[in-house]
Design a protein around this ligand. Sequence first.
Ligand code: 8Y7
Length: 280
Amino acid sequence: MPARFWQVRGRRLSLAEPLVMGILNVTPDSFSDGGRFVDADKAVKHAIAMVKDGADIIDVGGESTRPGAAPVPEDVELARVIPVVKRLARRGIVVSVDTSSPRVMREALDCGAAIINDVRSFTRPGALRAVAGTGAGVVIMHMQGDPRTMQNDPRYDDVTAEVLAFLAVQDARLLSAGIPEECICWDPGFGFAKNVEHNFKLLADTEKLASYERPVLVGLSRKSSIGIVTGIKKPEERVHGSVAAHLLAVLKGASVLRVHDVRAMRSALDVLKAMRQAKG
Ligand code: 8Y7
């Protein structure tokens, strides 16, 4: 049975309709928006615009995790992320923070963040302790190696089986740290140590991930696999392909969509909803 809700701090997010998570980069080097949102005022404005366009969650990230990215010192990450988290949480926005740093996790949760999205699945020392007991929603994601090296010829015998096995192991770690199962969300980690074939095999197999009792988050927005199959080089022009990919994932059971282009995604979901309602 797929999950019917996702518990994130005091809130129970219904999964009856897919949730749209808008991406808010607060890094100067993000590959797809050229780092336009480095100052806090601009970041907050962009987040509010995404909420108006239909985002249910805003995912704030201060450490670039794109392939080949250099690590960001913790104090720099904190200085980028915390002021923005505070201002968004104060407005009642459901805030997710994309971080692997236990200190950033703790401070963000103290400032009202509801979700921690850790591409390293809470493997840094202290990360599990930072989220346990807080009731935060937690996203665990499949990756091999680390962002600096992960795209150097990734290999799998059976990518879907290996991703599933990895997520099951991480899930068990979280449960034994006392994190409630209704707080945990799974993500296959598109583009993290995966080539285009791996990514599309995983997309085709989304229903296998969604058959476990966890919400499934997918993030394909503007990624290079979308660029490869559409022949579109500029990330910001990959909107249509990205929307199509996320909509296909929804048809296969995904329930959280991490996207840059909220308005376009929302329109696609409106069309899907109309079809489902007409069918009865
Ligand atoms: C993902 C992500 C990124 C993803 C989750 C990008 C932080 C690269 N991708 N988090 N983060 N899932 N959970 O292109 O696919 O946005 S960064």
